[in-house]
Ligand binder design. Structure first.
Ligand code: BTN
Length: 310
């Protein structure tokens, strides 16, 4: 299913790898002249793809989240096809387009930058070049009520893939000092109570963003985008396969959580709720306990730390 090749991409994107290929070899594989390859590489570079030329030919800059580097790092059921864009308004919309065109589970859209990246609750997700921005098409056979678990599973996989920080409910990845490193956005296309498909979007800062409260993965050691993405898929795979039995997902999430045991104020659609975050319910909702021992559950909202992240 290669409808997107003509839609928005150059076939060269699927031939380039992290090691050099000569212009001659690429030309033979694509059935074009060496001059045509050279021109196409130049066009990709102008569009913002991290492509390098040298005496030995052409290659991607090592570690970029391009199709071949990704497919070599992860060859499981959660990766079918990779659409690699220099720029997207939002990879969520591009992935939705793919899903609507019939893409199977594992269709992935990755962009070098986004001009209209979005986060949860309609917030903007700033997406300059250098970060990791991707959206994955999933087609789970799940009841609608199980969707929060997908989102927790994604958070747990992200924390494992990043190898640093912890999770703020439901799925923000925070640096050890509480600044935000990465976030997850799950959008569902529903028909009645049935999930037609999900678009699971992940944004990871690599360089430290200018906004207050944001951190970058590169602050914590060598971080390679293709490695993080592949590790994310590998970590998500068993959790996704264990759905809808929530136990494995809840345990994985709790193993990376920094929310439980803290005093929080959760801004829910029904207003703020306060208490100590003590547990997760089987449906993924957060359990708060007041000083008098009264327990309440919140199924959606934004967590704020009472007294800061200490
Ligand atoms: C959040 O923390 O609010 C979620 C942020 C999710 C951002 C990612 S970047 C890739 C994908 N495309 C988008 O427009 N958003 C998600």
């Amino acid at each position: 299913m290669r409808y997107w090749l003509t839609m928005r991409a150059d076939a060269l994107i699927y031939e380039l790898d992290e090691t050099f290929s000569s212009g001659e070899a690429l030309a033979a594989r694509l059935g074009v002249s060496r001059v045509a390859v050279h021109k196409r590489v130049r066009r990709l570079a102008e569009a913002g793809y991290p492509v390098a030329s040298g005496p030995r030919g052409y290659r991607w800059r090592p570690g970029v989240p391009a199709p071949r580097p990704l497919l070599r790092r992860y060859a499981g059921p959660l990766l079918d096809e990779v659409v690699y864009l220099a720029e997207a308004a939002s990879t969520q919309d591009a992935a939705r387009e793919l899903a609507e065109a019939g893409a199977v589970e594992g269709a992935l859209v990755v962009a070098e930058r986004q001009t209209a990246g979005r986060g949860r609750r309609g917030r903007t997700w700033l997406s300059p070049a250098g970060g990791l921005y991707f959206s994955l098409v999933l087609r789970p056979e799940l009841p609608l009520a199980a969707l929060p678990l997908v989102s927790l599973a994604a958070g747990a996989a992200l924390a494992k893939a990043a190898g640093v920080g912890g999770l703020k409910w439901p799925n923000d990845l925070l640096a050890p000092d509480g600044r935000k490193l990465a976030g997850v956005l799950v959008e569902a296309d529903l028909r009645g109570e049935e999930v037609r498909y999900l678009v699971l979007g992940v944004g990871v800062n690599f360089e430290t963003p200018a906004q207050e409260g944001a951190a970058g993965l590169a602050e914590f050691g060598d971080a390679v985008r293709a490695d993080v993405l592949a590790r994310f898929l590998a970590a998500l795979e068993p959790l996704y396969q264990s759905l809808p039995d929530p136990e494995a997902v809840l345990a994985a999430w709790k193993a990376h959580a920094v929310t439980l045991g803290r005093e929080v104020r959760v801004h829910t659609p029904a207003g703020p709720k306060e208490g100590t975050a003590v547990d997760l319910e089987a449906d993924g909702s957060l359990v708060l306990e007041t000083p008098r021992g009264k327990r309440t559950r919140v199924s959606a909202g934004d967590v704020e730390w009472i007294g800061g992240f200490v």
